[in-house]
Write a protein that binds this ligand. Structure first.
Ligand SMILES: [Zn+2]
Length: 458
């Protein structure tokens, strides 16, 4: 009976849409629609001001997909926007069952850990608001040791609960590395020389809600309204209109910077492992994003951060840029914070295109998507042991930095980690490195960086 009623309502709503403006939508239904603006940046700004839920963007063809309540639809229509309706769907209809829920992710991580005890370590990085563990799997030789001489990399998925393809990419990274170890020389080398961490699902509560009550749920579950974890990081929090102060907005930033347990778990974990690179997987748009998120802002290490980001874009055939270049300003995002707090070189990769959609047909798109994304994370695994310097300072200090000079000009002032380790990604060339301990220069070293990672003592 319920099914028949739904079908009737669905047919009715389609009929109404056929006659342009819809008068009603059944409760808990939403419209997926497209806008084709002349001025992309301006339209994104307007949508943000109107608190419209942006599902994804096609930056090459200038199309924005939005998720609308009937109220949103009326609001946009009244303002004269023309919306092409793609789909009208009840929010309680789940995506393909093959996508993973938090319990399945927990089991998958446990299975790999048990199948590959010599190569993996399993860690809960903290608990979600509702008390679920957030799992991370480490892949390395000697996985139980913190081998500080080895570079570390982090891959994480699902800050946003509804982006169901993203844990699939994380699982593929785990599966590919473990199943090819000992068979494929390149994979064996990556695993032996580095410490590789994968967090397949950060927003476990939100994902549970996505399965149980709202297939388009994005945030965590704070207070029933939810906080967008990826607008909650403390750097640039609330800074530039790249988030919302309204609790029911999809980009609600939370009551205070770093207020959410999921954000805190990630921050603590990044502080512990100190990755050289990070990829945070999102969906969809087929783009690579690097920091910073606020309009006009660029990182001091632009030459390195942006060129590697563009290289990833090239191998994936995705567009690359800052969030404000490609989409809109973002504040309180994880990559800004990672870069600033621990000198991480971090990227967001938005997988899938608007043709495949938010929650693409699993059998049709899962394997294609994860394979398509392999060259991106592989490029960073290669880059870990490419040009740069790594080492550890053994003297005591409160604050240490390494000033990097090229032809007498300071190109970067790198903040050494509190445990004395440093890993500075550089282009091949000649540099002077000045070690500055508690504001006085204690050593100066001239080096030539080749194509591979140099181990140096300062
Ligand atoms: Zn996302």
């Amino acid at each position: 009976m319920r099914i028949i009623l739904s079908l009737v309502l669905f047919a009715l709503s389609l009929q109404v849409f056929a006659h342009s403006s819809p008068n009603f939508l059944p409760k808990a239904w939403k419209i997926m629609g497209s806008l084709r603006p002349n001025n992309m940046a301006l339209m994104m700004k307007n949508l943000s001001d109107l608190d419209i839920d942006v599902a994804g963007v096609d930056v090459r063809d200038n199309i924005i997909d939005v998720l609308l309540t009937d109220n949103d639809y009326k609001k946009l229509s009244t303002l004269g926007y023309s919306i092409e309706i793609l789909e009208v769907k009840g929010v309680t209809k789940s995506p393909d069952e093959e996508y993973k829920n938090p319990e399945e992710i927990e089991q998958i991580v446990l299975d790999y850990y048990q199948r590959y005890p010599q190569l993996t370590e399993r860690v809960s990085i903290g608990k979600s608001l509702e008390g679920r563990d957030i799992w991370a799997l480490k892949i390395s030789d000697n996985p139980n040791l913190d081998e500080t001489q080895e570079p570390t990399i982090l891959f994480n998925s699902m800050h946003h609960a509804r982006e169901v393809m993203t844990p699939e990419v994380a699982i593929d990274i785990i599966d590919y590395l473990l199943s090819h170890y000992g068979q494929d020389a390149q994979v064996t080398d990556w695993v032996d020389k580095n410490q590789i961490w994968v967090i397949p699902m950060l927003n476990v509560d939100g994902n549970n809600k996505m399965w149980t009550s709202d297939r388009w749920w994005r945030k965590n579950t704070r207070g029933g309204y939810g906080v967008d974890i990826n607008r909650n990081y403390p750097l640039n929090w609330k800074k530039c209109g790249g988030s919302s102060g309204s609790r029911w907005s999809q980009t609600y930033r939370g009551e205070s910077a770093g207020s959410e347990p999921e954000t805190q778990a990630m921050m603590k974990f990044v502080g512990q492992i100190k990755p050289v690179f990070n990829i945070s997987y999102h969906a969809y748009s087929e783009i690579v994003i690097y920091p910073y998120g606020c309009n006009g802002e660029r990182v001091a290490r632009k030459e390195i951060v942006e060129s590697i980001g563009k290289d990833i874009g090239t191998v994936l055939n995705y567009e690359a840029g800052t969030a404000w270049e490609l989409l809109y300003s973002v504040d309180g995002g994880d990559i800004d914070w990672m870069y600033d707090a621990y000198e991480v070189i971090p990227y967001v990769i938005e997988v899938n295109s608007r043709k495949q959609g938010f929650q693409p047909d699993y059998n049709q798109w899962r394997d294609i998507t994860v394979k398509r994304n392999r060259p991106g994370w592989m490029l960073l695994l290669d880059r870990l042991n490419a040009s740069g310097v790594r080492g550890k300072i053994n003297s005591n200090f409160k604050e240490a930095r390494i000033d990097i000079l090229s032809n007498g000009r300071k190109v970067h002032s790198y903040r050494v980690h509190s445990d004395g380790t440093y890993h500075i990604v550089l282009k091949p060339g000649s540099y002077d490195l000045n070690l500055v301990l508690d504001n006085s220069i204690t050593s100066i070293k001239s080096i030539t960086v080749s194509d591979s990672l140099e181990r140096i003592e300062l």
